[in-house]
Every structure is written in C-alpha cells, then in structure tokens.
Ligand binder design. Structure first.
Ligand SMILES: C[C@](O)(CO)[C@H](O)COP(=O)(O)O
Length: 243
C-alpha cells in the first residue's frame, strides 16, 4: 500500500498538483479522458500514484471538474492505494485551475510548510518518480524547472501556410510536471489573474511574472500526454510490458 510519508517536523515539503479539470475530448471518448481505463486503473490514478511514490511530496492536490465528482470518488476509494489526495474544483481555464490549487495551498505556502509546487497534467500517466525528483531538485536549486525533450528534427516557424523563419536557440518540447518555488509561483499566478494574462503552461506564467530562471531538465519519451486514441494503446503497452 502506498502512503504519503510525513516529512520530519520543520522541514518543508513539496506539493504535487495533478490537473484533471480539462475536457480531454480529442481522444474521442464520451467521458473526460483522464478517467479512461489504462492497464487496470484509470489514467489519472497512474499520475497520482507516481507522485505518491516520491517521499519529498507531502501533499497531492487533484483538480477536477464538479461534474466528475462521482468518478473522482471511485478513483480515490479504489485506485490510489490510500494516498492522501486533496480535491479542488477547477476553473474555466487551465490557469484558473492552477490558481485554485495554489490558493488551496496558500496557508501552508505562507507558513513555509510547502516550499515547492509541481504542476502536472493528469493525462501524462507514465511520469516516473525519478523525473518528479529531478524537477523538484532543480526547482528548489534554481527556482523553476520544466522537463523538456530536445527536438531532434529541424524546426521552422510558420504563419498560416508560410514559413516564417527558424527559431533561435534550443527548441524543447515542454512536458510536465513543471515545478517552482512555492511562494513566487503563487505570487505570479495572483499577478497574472489581476492582469488578465493567460499563459500556455505554468512555465510561461513564471517567465512573465517572476524573475526566477526556469531551467529545463531532460524529460522522458514515455511521459507523453494521452491526447489521441493511439496514445492509449501505447501507454497500455508500456505499463503492461513493465510488469
Ligand atoms: C503543459 C503541456 O503539457 C506542455 O506540453 C501542455 O501544454 C498541456 O496542454 P493541454 O492542452 O492543456 O493539455
């Protein structure tokens, strides 16, 4: 049975936020894709399970849609092996959902009980505890961290169907969990909300509203986002071949 291990008194711990409040329609299912079955559990349960296996993670917040409450109940009762999961209702956008999770953690962030927060797509069920640890270590050391896969193809920018130049520097494909020191993260999200800024992911909000550097750490090929039906087949193969 997996249980979150409480960290010794006085030592701050990290929180994992698992985002499950999108609609996830591209996979073509009649329900939110993160509740689809995958190797004996639902997609979201695998994501939660990876966070629950990291001793430095002392709180897991699951952000859900209110209409999925019954599914959430079933997941938490039967599929997370006793992990303590705090449930928060999400907002209209990814960013609003993240802000709600951060506000839920705000007291513990203010009291320095939580020093870092990692935000993860529930739809990336193959994330490993090793990657979570790598992101956390880099976030604590540098301020912010994002897993990325270095793009091995040549990249060109496009405007409509016209080529519009070549991106400078290294191009990486962004993954989650994206991790940050907790207080600057909460402050950046509050400022983004006041200014009506809508980013693409957590790192984009931090790039805009925080002076902390965001480092990228090597992501994992297996940590893909289940988006299309084919992704489910691949994820099932990865999990069943690992048994
Ligand atoms: C954050 C992300 O996973 C980076 O690749 C991605 O942007 C999430 O996309 P979604 O459409 O919000 O699931």
């Amino acid at each position: 049975m997996i249980r979150l291990v409480p960290t010794p008194r006085g030592i701050p711990f990290a929180a994992g936020v698992v985002l499950a409040s999108g609609a996830g329609t591209r996979v073509g299912a009649s329900l939110n894709k993160v509740y689809l079955p995958l190797a004996g559990r639902r997609i979201v349960s695998w994501s939660i399970g990876s966070f629950a296996r990291v001793p430095a993670i002392g709180a897991i917040v699951l952000v859900v849609r209110p209409q999925d409450d019954e599914l959430v109940k079933a997941v938490l009762e039967h599929e997370v092996d006793g992990a303590a999961v705090e449930v928060v209702h999400g907002g209209r956008t990814r960013q609003e959902s993240e802000l709600r999770a951060l506000r839920h953690l705000a007291t513990r962030i203010d009291e320095n009980v939580i020093d870092a927060v990692l935000i993860h797509d529930a739809a990336r069920p193959l994330v490993t505890p090793a990657l979570i640890n790598a992101v956390l270590a880099s976030a604590r050391e540098h301020g912010g961290a994002m897993p990325g896969l270095a793009a091995d193809d040549i990249h060109a920018a496009g405007e409509g169907d016209l080529l519009a130049g070549r991106p400078d520097g290294t191009v990486v494909r962004a993954q989650t969990p994206q991790g940050f020191r907790a207080r600057p993260l909460l402050e950046a999200y509050e400022q983004a909300a006041r200014e009506g800024f809508e980013g693409t992911d957590t790192a984009s909000v931090m790039e805009r509203f925080s002076s902390l550097p965001v480092r990228w750490v090597p992501g994992e090929e297996r940590n893909f986002k289940v988006t299309y039906p084919h992704d489910l087949v691949v994820a099932e193969q990865v999990l069943t071949s690992a048994r």
